[in-house]
Design a protein around this ligand. Structure first.
Ligand code: 13P
Length: 263
């Protein structure tokens, strides 16, 4: 049975290492009792090493015993060199990181991250042995259909990447207008988005590579709405990417809501 994926994107929160350790500990307790949910926490870079030191995530990963996987919120496409302020995939790997968010809309919008950069980061993540969580989504929605820009982002991000890697890709559809607004997309529209994402991937990389790829929904997810994005999307959605609610007790409830869904 395939587990649902619950990814916590803490963004630039919380404010201190102590708070980060407390928050991670709370999430770990909730994740320990979950059998059907794979939990990933993506803290800001400075807290990764504190969490690794406290829980020894790297060794737990080596023994396949990690109840919570560590994720990074970004990586740089080169392995090392003169790139002030950047963090490489191998550095993340050493800290026990196994997932990495790539192309989040906040980075695209505020920091000018382009599709070409996203493509290079995706390639590097795969080559480093990290599981990338590729974020795509439109700024505005006109009408009912998923805008073509979403397909464009996906095509450009996965251009030239081998089908073998695409098999383990995680794509998070996060419409920008639904992020942090308290106004999530509907499960009906997410169902369409997931079908569209798989169609674009299949056209580019072949049916075989798409069957294992996972599609997540993100944008104003809470424990109240999370189940509907799984139950009402006919098996097309395998999990969620959570921002605001992952900083609160609500994330434990999100994990238990997913746990209660029969897959
Ligand atoms: P919110 O859950 O706060 O809407 O954020 C979603 C998000 O951007 C996760 O990456």
């Amino acid at each position: 049975m395939k587990k649902y994926l619950a990814v916590a994107n803490w963004k630039m929160n919380p404010g201190t290492e102590g708070e980060a350790l407390d928050l991670f500990s709370t999430t770990l307790n909730a994740a320990k009792s979950a059998r059907n949910v794979e939990v990933v926490v993506c803290p800001p870079f400075p807290f990764l090493s504190a969490i690794e030191r406290r829980w020894g995530i790297h060794d737990l990963e080596m023994r396949s015993e990690a109840a919570v996987h560590l994720g990074a919120q970004d990586l740089f496409w080169e392995r090392d060199g003169a790139y002030t302020g950047e963090v490489s995939g191998p550095m993340e790997k050493e800290l026990g990181v196994s997932y990495v968010i790539i192309g989040h809309s906040e980075r695209r919008r505020l920091l000018g991250e382009t599709d070409e950069m996203v493509n290079k980061k995706l390639q590097r993540a795969f080559e480093t042995g990290l599981h990338p969580i590729l974020c795509i989504g439109e700024k505005e929605r006109m009408g009912d259909d998923i805008p073509e820009i979403v397909g464009d982002q996906l095509k450009k991000a996965t251009q030239g990447i081998s089908g073998m890697f695409i098999e383990s890709l995680v794509v998070a559809y996060e419409p920008v207008w639904a992020i942090g607004t308290g106004k999530p997309d509907t499960p009906e529209s997410m169902h369409k988005a997931a079908i569209y994402i798989r169609k674009v991937l299949a056209e580019m990389h072949g049916e075989g590579s798409v069957s294992h790829a996972r599609v997540l929904y993100g944008g104003s997810i809470t424990s109240t709405n999370v189940a509907s994005f799984i139950r009402e999307t006919s098996g097309e959605v395998q999990g969620v990417l959570v921002g605001g609610a992952s900083l609160k007790d609500d994330f434990a409830k999100i994990i238990s809501s997913l746990e209660e869904i029969e897959s």
